[in-house]
Design a protein around this ligand. Structure first.
Ligand code: SF4
Ligand code: SF4
Length: 247
């Protein structure tokens, strides 16, 4: 079982990960690995797959136990190894676009955001697992250095957009999501290629920046995802009768 050690904002830790470690690749199996909408966007671009195919081949859909929102996890192999679909003998085959949790490890990130606040407050903790020998190396990192080295900022920025919806679900939404709302949420957050077609068919006011980039490029899709998350928030919470008491 992992242990979790809180780190102060100016805290540091010693860690090294690489093929020289005897534990190389041991961590890429038997995971409950949840993917954020931005993780899915990056991975489907990396694999040159439409979002629907990526979701079908590589993921499983669940419902968040607290929020009731649909959540997506990576489908591990069905054999005994329970390996991540992207692990190879030489490492991660989607390394440049690996998901947030892989990128951030051995750190974990906690965020909180109250209604009305525009930014999330974050804190970090160390995740220590017996199989991971990365802590035996004297390479010292501050949290800021690790975030920069692993290029975590764009992931955190995009992941934080969903916080509004999670907070509103917990604090204002009295009724469970309908099947249609679940489908719309999945489309806007996870199945971006379907959402693009939907937005065109419904004449949604997609912001100009989505069209400023080459259609289907990572930049255009990132802008479309920002719009999609705003759109689904409005869809789920525009009708006050669907909500409980505001906080
Ligand atoms: S995505 Fe890559 S780094 Fe993450 S668990 Fe899979 S193989 Fe490992
Ligand atoms: S050092 Fe830890 S994170 Fe790196 S390969 Fe080994 S088990 Fe995985």
């Amino acid at each position: 079982m992992p242990t979790f050690e809180p780190l102060p904002p100016d805290g540091s830790f010693e860690f090294f990960c690489g093929p020289q470690n005897a534990c190389f690749n041991r961590c890429c199996r038997d995971l409950n690995h949840y993917l954020t909408p931005y993780d899915i966007l990056r991975l489907k671009h990396r694999l040159c797959l439409p979002s629907q195919k990526f979701l079908k081949y590589y993921t499983e859909l669940h419902r968040g136990p607290e929020s009731g929102l649909p959540v997506v996890s990576l489908k591990m192999s069905s054999d005994q190894s329970r390996a991540c679909p992207f692990v190879t003998s030489t490492g991660c085959r989607v390394y440049e676009d690996r998901p947030t949790a892989c990128r951030t490890y051995p750190l974990g990130r906690m965020v909180c955001r109250n209604p009305g606040e525009t930014t999330c407050r974050e804190s970090y903790f160390l995740i220590k697992e017996a199989h991971c020998l990365g802590f035996d190396h004297p390479n010292r990192w501050t949290i800021a250095q690790w975030k920069k080295n692993e290029d975590i900022a764009p992931y955190n920025q995009m992941n934080d957009l969903i916080m509004d919806i999670i907070v509103l679900m917990r604090q204002r939404r009295a009724k469970p999501l309908t099947d249609l709302e679940v489908d719309r949420f999945c489309m806007a957050c996870y199945d971006l290629d379907r959402f693009r077609d939907f937005a065109a068919a419904r004449n949604l006011r997609v912001p100009a920046e989505c069209k400023a980039f080459v259609a289907g490029s990572l930049e255009a899709d990132t802008a479309l995802m920002r719009f999609g998350i705003e759109w689904i928030r409005d869809e789920l919470f525009q009708d006050d009768s669907a909500c409980g008491e505001g906080s």
